[in-house]
Design a protein around this ligand. Structure first.
Ligand code: URA
Ligand code: CA
Length: 434
């Protein structure tokens, strides 16, 4: 077999069989196939696409290119949740203890933030002494004993995807549905999930800007799940403004705690209840969405979800008093209120600009080596549909370094569009694909 012939075949729009994909992926990881041939192939896929079987084969080959985590020491159906990435997406912090409090095991591996998107592991590390790097055995023990653990990725997971994603990033081949779908699903498979709930974000702050492409991606991933025997449900959700009000690490932990106390922002609370209900359904715990949502609302109202979060924090070495005393979390030295420059209604909040404003304050990494400040970030005071008068506070910036304050302020002001006409709130969930 020759890489040339495989590239040629895909260029001509033909379907690649499993052996050909295997030759390509394994050869690439082993460094027998150079970047230039792999990028030509990726560009051919970009233009010609791949069918469901090809995409599923590629997914499995990438999953198997490194460690495959075996979650079988954990009892029960392991349902993983994945978000395609947004701004101020605090859902995992809420969902993990919430779903666990309903009796479904949550063995979650999460990542760190990069650029304008935050990462759950960074956020959790703002809890004093919280340990995100448990050994494999301790991770399993914690889930079996407490029903939940959230840790950083360890080991050599999906090296084929790491290499290919980095290559796509510099060869204008990221935006291909089969390549994105297989990239995401390969990581979920290697992570050992039995079933998967996907939160596919759409809107100005998301990877998929419009509903049509978000739907295509969701369908491709659900199809891969079907082909590979992992029950998958994809929720297409709104990212035309940040989720909840807080953007920034410790600020989002505070927001998660308030949400677990039943006092969180409406959009974040509703999304967690919807996605959580999807997880309960895939785990076979409830028969329909309504039953799942009722159980989870009850867990938020009766304090059991919050108690589960405290239990998880203690089990991972952290100070669980934070759930009662938010002042134990890192706090920025100063705050600054960004005021509206005109009156009207908020009609748009560009999530990307809000994420960049938080990054400028130090909440996010500009590159993999940057250090982040866990205390800083921002809180939105107004969301789409809200009425504002000139001089009202749009957002509160939390900062430690005055140097970047003006730039962050300008970025935030640019994110808001205020119009005379009232804009209705966006839908939170556009569609569920199963
Ligand atoms: N996220 C991923 O994990 N992979 C992609 O290809 C795109 C977004
Ligand atoms: Ca948030």
């Amino acid at each position: 077999m020759r890489a040339y012939d495989i590239i040629y075949k895909k260029r001509e729009g033909q379907k690649l069989n499993k052996e050909e994909l295997e030759f390509l992926i394994n050869g690439y990881v082993a460094e027998n196939i150079p970047d230039y041939q792999m990028s030509a192939w990726a560009m051919a896929v970009y233009f010609q696409g791949m069918d469901a079987e090809e995409t599923a084969n590629l997914t499995m080959l990438m999953a198997k290119s490194g460690d495959m985590i075996d979650l079988s020491p954990i009892k029960g159906t392991k349902v993983d949740k994945h978000s395609t990435g947004g701004v101020g997406d605090t859902t995992t912090l809420v969902l993990a203890p919430l779903v666990a409090s309903a009796g479904i095991p949550v063995a979650k591996m999460s990542g760190r933030g990069l650029g304008h998107t935050g990462g759950t592991i960074d956020k959790l590390e703002s809890i004093p002494k919280f340990n995100t790097s448990l050994s494999r055995d301790k991770f399993f023990d914690n889930v079996n004993q407490h029903g939940v653990a959230v840790v950083g990725q360890t080991g050599n997971l999906t090296p084929a995807d790491k290499k290919l994603y980095a290559l796509r990033d510099v060869t204008a081949t990221v935006e291909s549905i089969p390549l994105i779908a297989s990239s995401i699903m390969s990581k979920k498979l290697a992570g050992g999930a039995d079933a998967i709930v996907l939160d596919v974000k759409t809107g100005n702050g998301a990877f998929m800007k419009d509903l049509k492409s978000a739907k295509k991606l969701a369908e491709a991933m659900v199809e891969i799940g079907k082909e590979l025997g992992r029950d998958t449900a994809a929720y297409i959700t709104d990212m035309n403004q940040p989720l909840g009000n807080a953007v920034g690490n410790a600020l989002e932990v505070k927001e998660a705690i308030k949400t677990l106390q039943g006092k969180g922002p409406e959009d974040l609370t509703e999304l967690c209840i919807e996605l959580g209900s999807g997880m309960l359904q895939l785990a076979g715990k409830v028969k329909d969405t309504e039953e799942g949502k009722n159980i989870l609302r009850e867990k938020l109202n009766n304090g059991q979800a919050l108690a589960k979060f405290a239990e998880m924090i203690t089990a991972q070495g952290g100070n669980s008093e934070v759930v009662e005393d938010l002042s134990l979390l890192p706090t920025a030295d100063a705050t600054f209120e960004v005021k509206a420059e005109r009156s009207g209604y908020v009609s748009e909040i560009k999530a990307l600009d809000v994420g960049v404003a938080a990054m400028i304050l130090g909440a996010g990494r500009e590159n993999k080596e940057s250090k982040i400040d866990l205390a800083v970030g921002l809180e939105l005071n107004k969301k789409i549909g809200d009425q504002v008068s000139k001089g009202d506070t749009l957002a509160i910036l939390h900062y430690n370094n005055k140097k970047n304050l003006e730039e962050a302020k300008q970025k935030l002001l640019k994110a808001f569009t205020i119009t005379e006409a009232k804009k209705e709130k966006n839908k939170l969930i556009y569609e569920i694909i199963k």
